[in-house]
Design a protein around this ligand. Structure first.
Ligand code: PMP
Length: 435
């Protein structure tokens, strides 16, 4: 029989008794925040169970581009809830409309399939690439994250002595699976050309975050993304842009439209449904038509919750708002403010720091020049990076206190929020320096 918890046991203690570590993701296991219980979120703010208020720049790792609990998205989800939950057969009009919208917006997407997470989308992208090419190897880049599945679970945030070597993020992965992934340096076109010269005939896919935001922000050189395109075309490999973060956040056509480089496949997620569990995979019709959603096609594709009506309603409402309202203009303006106003403040404190990012995404590294590769990021002062953010959180300004994590602005953030962000950053960095 279930025991009712004694009233004296706190929520975090109850959580830790029954949920390993007390949280539902390894990425939520944040030192110093073990007792954080979330109660409510609205706009640019969330509240913990004790009623403490935080201005949110973590943004759940990226989804709520419109802000938390956007009224239009919430209304669409509520309406879906009254109409239809899930039948798991056939298709809904909403799924058709969502696929049509993504295909219209994203240059590479001739056909689209929906999943429930970004990890599923990247998993299926790599599976279909192997199926289409009959090849074994996948190429990824140091610093990029593509989800939790085995083929890509390596070399994200690597310790200095693990860079340039195989660095799995988990145990329990077969060595032969790890061996089938080559890890190259981001922004190193010569390294890409060399890998293709050595292994070109065996490379099924190259998967890349066109802007590696899982280590903050490394902006891609135009030549680098062009080289990926050229080498994949020359060798018949499938180029996958993982736009789970960049997706609609940086522009409705994704980074591929900004860069003018069209991949064969694109994965999306996060901001396309403003916080509801979504992933999307789209691309060349000949590749997408290999999935078993098409009669007789050989690449198995399934997912009980794919195209869930509530999620689809959230995505349609989100995309409609992104198209109709000046969301990008607003978040880009605020992001530009942070990137312009924070550096002189930090310089006046005498701390080596660079503030980078793109559009709504910003990150402050404690080093003296803009990083281009993951190796450059090894110069970042981790103690400062995490330490000032802990102090920010104490002041109710939530930038995730984990090394190299990016911060996000939303349509719900205001100029007053940015003023406070800058003031709080100054005070937090000053206090950290004095420590
Ligand atoms: N790709 C990228 C670029 C991501 O940032 C993430 C999530 N952080 C994923 C894939 C995986 O998405 P999900 O967590 O929805 O499985």
């Amino acid at each position: 029989m279930n025991q009712q918890p004694a009233p004296s046991i706190s929520l975090p203690e109850r959580a830790r008794q029954v949920i390993p570590g007390g949280v539902n993701s390894g990425q939520r296991n944040v030192p110093g925040l073990a007792d954080l219980v979330i109660a409510r979120a609205q706009g640019a703010t969330f509240w913990d169970a004790g009623g403490r208020q935080y201005t949110d720049y973590h943004a759940a790792f990226g989804p709520p581009l419109l802000g938390h609990n956007d009224p239009d998205v919430a209304a669409a989800v509520a309406e879906a809830g009254r109409t239809l939950d899930l039948c798991g057969v056939g298709v809904t009009e909403g799924e058709i409309e969502l696929a049509e919208t993504l295909a219209e917006l994203v240059p590479s997407m001739e056909r689209v399939l929906l999943t429930s997470t970004g990890s599923e989308a990247t998993f299926h992208a790599l599976r279909v690439a192997r199926a289409a090419t009959g090849r074994r190897l996948v190429v990824k880049f140091q610093g990029c994250y593509h989800g939790w599945h085995d083929a890509v679970s390596m070399n994200v945030i690597s310790a200095p002595d693990r860079v340039g070597r195989r660095d799995p993020i988990s145990t329990g992965i077969l060595p032969e699976v790890l061996d089938a992934t080559l890890v190259l340096r981001f922004n190193d076109p010569d390294g890409v050309r060399a890998a293709f010269a050595d292994h070109g005939d065996d490379i099924a896919a190259v998967i890349v975050e066109p802007v590696p935001h899982n280590v903050g922000c490394l902006l891609p050189d135009a030549e680098f993304l062009r080289t990926l395109r050229e080498e994949c075309t020359r060798h018949g490999s499938v180029l996958v842009f993982d736009e789970v973060i960049t997706g609609v956040r940086h522009g409705l056509g994704g980074w591929q439209e900004i860069a003018g480089v069209t991949p064969d496949l694109t994965t999306m997620g996060k901001a396309i449904a403003n916080g509801y569990p979504v992933g999307a995979l789209g691309g060349r019709a000949d590749l997408m038509d290999l999935f078993s959603s098409r009669p007789g096609a050989p690449v198995f594709f399934a997912g009980t919750y794919n195209g869930h009506p509530a999620v689809v309603a959230a995505a349609l409402a989100t995309l409609r708002k992104l198209r109709e309202e000046p969301v990008h203009e607003h978040v880009f303006r605020l992001g530009d403010r942070v990137r312009a106003e924070l550096p002189p403040v930090l310089a006046s404190l005498g701390v080596p720091a660079v503030v980078t990012g793109y559009g709504s995404v910003f990150v402050t590294y404690f080093m003296d020049r803009l990083p281009k590769t993951y190796d450059d990021l090894l110069a970042n002062d981790t103690g400062m990076f995490v330490g000032y953010r802990r102090r920010m959180v104490d002041q109710g300004v939530f930038e995730l206190p984990l090394n190299l994590k990016r911060s996000h602005l939303s349509y719900a953030h205001t100029d007053a929020d940015v003023d406070r962000l800058i003031e709080t950053t100054e005070a937090a960095v000053r206090a950290q320096l004095a420590d």
